[in-house]
Design a protein around this ligand. Structure first.
Ligand SMILES: Cc1ncc(COP(=O)(O)O)c(C=O)c1O
Length: 346
């Protein structure tokens, strides 16, 4: 598949920069010029990239983001507000951007409590979703979550559909699922793909999408409000490339085998390998760092190893070798951990 933004960048000739950025030309870090298109009203390579991305992700429209899923969450909540939503139901362990956007936009949160099972926040059960949805105008779920568990998206879609309420998904950790039936696009009116987290895009590269024309129009106003007006071309090019990145079933299989071999927590997402270390979590993190190996997080009970289609099999093997020698689990007790994404607002 063509990489529109990358091709435009590669075709650039030498030129004298009397434009931003102030470094006056370092590699591909250009700005919106006569030939490089404009993110706010795209008509050239950005439009072509966004159209391809929308087709791959199963959207009516997709918008490239260079400011993380955070700006996608703000844009979706803006779109909800524009369409009349005043109360938004979401699980208590939602990302801080959800709380912050509610506060900034004046949306009233209707919180769904989540049970912690052995230190891991469980996805809200259907009854909790039904109860919260009945007292709200729209529903947001996070799927997959940071621990690799899918939300009950199909049931949520049905519940919201029955009451004509919008359903949106924070898919900050799920863009690699676009090859599957587990992707947010199969269920939601709007969703964000945190492309930089599980596909090979540069940090902050993401996409926010709408399923229908109605939500595309509302979301367009949202992204115009919350996105930067100085988008990074290296990030945009990397997002297009990452969404077009081929599936890597070899590493997916290796991840499944690894989880089995090392007794990882049974979750729904191959990119997130969650290993219980209990009281030895800090010591394990330290020992791995001494060997130059870094997990995504240590929440005090578990270390989480985040994979992507670019994970090298040798690296997984190396991790396995190290894990064999590390004490794990101790007494098996779970302490009150620190849920990595959780924060009630600012
Ligand atoms: C569930 C969830 N949503 C949204 C975000 C925000 O994503 P970003 O850091 O790309 O702005 C994160 C970041 O960790 C997240 O975990």
């Amino acid at each position: 598949m063509r990489l529109h933004i990358r091709e435009m960048l590669s075709a650039q000739g030498p030129h004298v920069s009397f434009h931003t950025p102030g470094h006056k030309r370092r590699g591909d870090d250009i700005t919106e010029l006569s030939y490089s298109d404009c993110l706010l009203s795209p008509h050239g390579v950005i439009l072509s990239a966004e159209r391809d991305v929308a087709a791959i992700l199963g959207a009516e429209r997709s918008f490239l983001l260079t400011d993380g899923s955070t700006s996608g969450v703000f844009s979706m909540l803006y779109a909800l507000k524009r369409e009349g939503v005043r109360k938004l139901a979401f699980p208590v362990f939602s990302h801080r951007s959800v709380y912050n956007a509610c506060r900034v936009l004046g949306l009233e949160p209707v919180l769904m409590q989540q049970e912690c099972v052995r230190g891991i926040p469980a996805q809200p059960p259907i009854e909790a979703i039904v109860a919260a949805e009945s007292g709200a105008d729209a529903l947001l779920l996070t799927s997959p979550d940071y621990y690799g568990f899918l939300a009950p998206m199909s049931e949520a879609k049905e519940i919201c559909g029955a009451h004509a309420k919008p359903f949106i998904i924070d898919g900050a950790h799920g863009s690699h699922l676009h090859f599957t039936d587990m992707h947010a696009s199969k269920f939601a009116d709007m969703w964000v793909d945190g492309v930089h987290k599980s596909l090979p895009a540069l940090t902050q590269g993401a996409v926010v999408s709408a399923k229908t024309k109605r939500w595309a129009a509302a979301l367009e106003e949202g992204v115009a409000t919350f996105r930067t007006t100085s988008p990074s071309y290296p990030i945009m090019a990397s997002v297009e490339e990452a969404v077009k990145w081929p599936r890597n079933e070899t590493v997916e299989r290796a991840a499944a085998q690894f989880k089995e071999d090392f007794g990882a927590v049974k979750n729904d997402d191959w990119t997130k390998i969650l290993i219980f270390f209990g009281e030895q979590a800090d010591a394990a993190e330290k020992a791995l760092a001494a060997a130059g190996v870094y997990p995504e997080f240590n929440d005090g009970n578990y270390l989480m190893f985040y994979l992507s289609p670019c994970t090298a099999e040798e690296d997984l093997k190396r991790l396995g070798e190290l894990l064999k020698d590390l004490p794990r689990g101790g007494t098996g007790k779970v302490k009150a951990g620190k849920i990595p994404i959780y924060s009630e607002g600012v």
